[in-house]
Design a binder for this molecule. Structure first.
Ligand code: E4P
Length: 217
């Protein structure tokens, strides 16, 4: 499973790079607003930091505007992926941009039928929003399982990018359900390494080691 980081904060991304766990980045207009940065500038900086795909979202709602914005965003760097909402116009834009060789991430996906359409439109990634479904008492993980089954049935190459992830369990369950990618807030990514028994065991080893009076270096 690949990990994308769900943030437009360059400092947060930089801090995670040495782990080797950052396979890409996703942004959205709300995350850009939170960063307080100029959109094109921050996308350019993130693309220079990260080798993998960096999603940058259009804000037009009609296909022609989306295509124009997507074409312009794709020029920022080779690893830009144009993020499009899962609307009829978004699908039209997805088809057109894919035809131009531009990578796309179709976002705000809340049903398996929507995901089927995105794959048929040639999306590089589909972003089902797990957390927002859970918020309204619908099991977001069921959606990942359904999309996995449909894509496998028809051998669609569109990658399933589990989004709106709020917890370590979301990551684990997405991996079990066969998502290709999880996009995670930095805090959730770091939290995956944490376990109280690891901390307790490490402390016991360090205490015993101190009693030996030795140093490794
Ligand atoms: C990522 O592509 C999505 O925009 C993001 O995961 C949405 O997460 P949220 O539902 O926590 O805002």
């Amino acid at each position: 499973m690949k990990f994308f980081v769900d943030t437009a904060n360059v400092d947060e991304i930089s801090a995670l790079i040495p782990s080797g766990l950052v396979d890409g980045v996703t942004t959205n207009p709300s995350l850009v607003m939170k960063s307080g940065r100029d959109f094109r500038e921050v996308v350019g900086e993130i693309c220079a930091l990260v080798d993998g795909p960096v999603s940058a979202e259009v804000t037009g709602v009609e296909s022609e505007q989306m295509i124009a914005e997507g074409t312009s965003l794709a020029k920022i760097a080779d690893n830009v992926v144009v993020k499009l909402p899962l609307t009829w116009d978004g699908l039209v834009a997805c088809k057109a941009l894919t035809g131009e060789g531009i990578k796309t991430n179709v976002t705000l996906c809340f049903s398996a039928n929507q995901a089927l359409l995105a794959a048929k439109a040639g999306a590089s990634f589909i972003s089902p929003f797990i957390g927002r479904l859970d918020d309204i008492n619908i099991d977001g993980m069921d959606l990942i399982r359904e999309i996995r089954m449909i894509y496998d049935n028809y051998d669609f190459r569109t990658e399933i990018l589990a989004a709106s992830i709020r917890s370590a369990n979301h990551v684990k369950d997405s991996a079990i359900a066969g998502a290709d990618v999880a996009t995670v807030p930095p805090s959730v990514l770091k939290g995956l390494a944490a376990h109280p028994l690891t901390d307790k065991g490490l402390q016991a080893f360090l205490d015993d080691w101190a009693k030996t009076g030795q140093n490794i270096l």
